[in-house]
Ligand binder design. Structure first.
Ligand code: ZN
Length: 232
C-alpha cells in the first residue's frame, strides 16, 4: 500500500508534542532506561480519533516520525502504513487500553518487571498479583479509572500478572480479562516478558510507568534483602 500525500501529512509536524514526534522522543528515552532494548517493547498514543503506533522490529531509539503507523480509532483501519515496516504485534493490546479510555499505552521489557513476575510465581503462586504497600512512590499511581486522586502511602498497589504466549498478539484475551477483573489497574505484568502501562494521557502514562518501574526495581532489591513487600 502506498501512502497518499494526505496520509503522509498525518505524521509530519513541527510540534514536538505531535504523537508521531512524541513517540520517537519517548522511545529514545525508554531505550536508555533499558525498557525497549533490541526492538522489544513499544509505545502508542491515541490522539482524538487516531491511534499512532511505533512499528515492529525497529530499533526504538532510532525511529523517525515517518516510521509510524496511524490507525482510525473507530474502524481500526490503517490510515497510514509505512511500506518498509510491519505493524506492531502489540497493536491489539494497546487498543484494549484505548477502548478503556487510555490516551497512551507503553509496553516495556524492563528486567525488573520480568523478575517480579518470577518472584511472585515462586513465592506466592501463578494466580497471584504483585502487591506492595507503604512505599512513597505508590503515590504516583492513580486510585483507578473514574476515581479521584492517587493511591495513598498506606494503600496497597496491586498489579495483575498474565502468562506469556509464544506470540505477543495472543496476549490480548488475557490482558483484557485482567483489565476486567481489576478495573482499577493501570498496568498488567506479563510473566517472563515485561509490562503494559497506560494512562489518561501521555504525561500520565509516562510518569506512571516510571513510578511502577521504580517500585518493581525496589521490590526486587527488597526481596534480595529478605524484606517483605506487604505488612501481612
Ligand atoms: Zn513485548
Amino acid at each position: 500500500m502506498s501512502n497518499s500525500p494526505e496520509s503522509e501529512a498525518l505524521v509530519l509536524s513541527e510540534d514536538p508534542e505531535h504523537p508521531a514526534n512524541h513517540i520517537c522522543t519517548l522511545c529514545a528515552k525508554f531505550y536508555s532506561l533499558g525498557w525497549v532494548t533490541g526492538t522489544g517493547g513499544g509505545t502508542s498514543i491515541r490522539h482524538g480519533d487516531k491511534i499512532f503506533i511505533a512499528p515492529s522490529g525497529v530499533q526504538k531509539e532510532l525511529m523517525k516520525p515517518t516510521d509510524m503507523f496511524v490507525m482510525d480509532f473507530e474502524s481500526r483501519e490503517y490510515l497510514r502504513k509505512p511500506r518498509v515496516h510491519k505493524p506492531s504485534a502489540c497493536t491489539p493490546l494497546f487498543y484494549a487500553a484505548f477502548k478503556r479510555g487510555a490516551g497512551c499505552c507503553i509496553h516495556t521489557h524492563s528486567q525488573w518487571a520480568v523478575l517480579v513476575t518470577l518472584l511472585v510465581e515462586r513465592d506466592i503462586g501463578t494466580d497471584a498479583c504483585f502487591e506492595i504497600e507503604q512505599i512513597e512512590q505508590i503515590k504516583g499511581i492513580p486510585k483507578g479509572r473514574g476515581k479521584v486522586g492517587n493511591l495513598g502511602y498506606f494503600e496497597r498497589l496491586k498489579i495483575p500478572i498474565i502468562e506469556n504466549t509464544a506470540h505477543e498478539e495472543d496476549l490480548t484475551e488475557s490482558l483484557e480479562a485482567a483489565m476486567e477483573k481489576y478495573p482499577d489497574t493501570y498496568a498488567v505484568l506479563v510473566r517472563r516478558h515485561g509490562i503494559y502501562v497506560w494512562g489518561d494521557n501521555v504525561h500520565k502514562a509516562k510518569t506512571q510507568c516510571e513510578s511502577i518501574d521504580y517500585i518493581l526495581q525496589l521490590a526486587v532489591e527488597m526481596k534480595k534483602l529478605g524484606l517483605p513487600w506487604t505488612t501481612n
